[in-house]
Write a protein that binds this ligand. Sequence first.
Ligand code: PAF
Length: 285
Amino acid sequence: MLVFENIPTLRAQIRNWRKYSETIAFVPTMGNLHQGHLDLISYAYQHATKVIVSIFVNPLQFAPHEDFGSYPRTLEKDMNQCNAAQVAGVFIPTESVLFPEGKADTTQIVPPETLNHILCAVTRPHFFSGVATIVCKLLNIVQPDVAVFGKKDYQQLTIISKLVKDLNLDVKILSAPISRADNGLALSSRNQYLTEEQLNQASCLSAVLQQTKVCLLEGHADLPNLCQKAIEQLNQNGFKMDYFEIRSQNNLQEVTPQDKNLIILAAGTLGKARLIDNLEVNLIA
Ligand code: PAF
C-alpha cells in the first residue's frame, strides 16, 4: 500500500495508474476506521481497480464547542486496516498541506439554502459548508472516476451529489448501504462514546425507524403525527431527539402527495454521542 503525504506525489501516482488503464475509486474518511468504512472500501472495489482512501479530520466541519480536539485519531490502526483491505493508496495530508495559507482564509463552498438549513444543519449550521469545502478539495486533488459515500450520512450524500452536479465535477458519486451492528445500530465512529448499556438502548433508533416505515407502507398518511410519536418513544428510551422527519428521498424537501420515494431521517443524542440514522421507504405507485 502506498502512503501519500502530499498532493504532487499522489497525483503523479494516479497519472501513472491511468497510463495502465487503471480506474480510481476514492473513499474520503476522517479515520478511526470501523467495519462501516471497510464496507465502503469493498463497495469501492466493485467499481474500480484501485481504491484510494483519505484520512483527514477536517477542522472546517467542527464548531468550536464540538469534539474536534477529542475526535479519535488512530492512524496506525487505520493504516493497518487499509492495508488488510488491499487499499492501493492512503492519502494522509496535514492541515498545512490542505490549507497552506491557513484554514481561516480559505474559499468555502456553501450548499444551497434548501439543504443547508434543514435536518442536521439546524443544530450544526457550519457543518455542511465544512464538509462540502473539504470534499470539493479532495475530489479536485484525487480526480477519481468514482467516489463512495455512505447512506448513513444521507444529508451529506445529498449535498455532495448536488455539489458535484452544480459545479460540474467530473466524478460519479456512489452511495453505499448503511452498515449495521447485529442489533440494528448504524455503525459510526461516535458509537464508541456509548457505554455498554447505551449500546443496547441505541438499537431503539433503528427499531423506531423500521416501525415508522411499516406504518407508512400500511398507508398512514399523517406524517407529523407519526414523527411526533416516534420522538416521544425515543425520548422515553433515553434519547434527546433533535429531529425525526419524513422527507422526499429525491431532494430532502417536505413530502408532496406525488412523492412515492420517501426517507425517514432521525438524529438525537444518547449519553455523550450524537447518533443519526435513516431508512428509505418506497411506496408502490
Ligand atoms: O463522512 C465523513 O467522514 C466526513 O464528513 C468526510 C466526507 C470524510 C469529510 O470530512
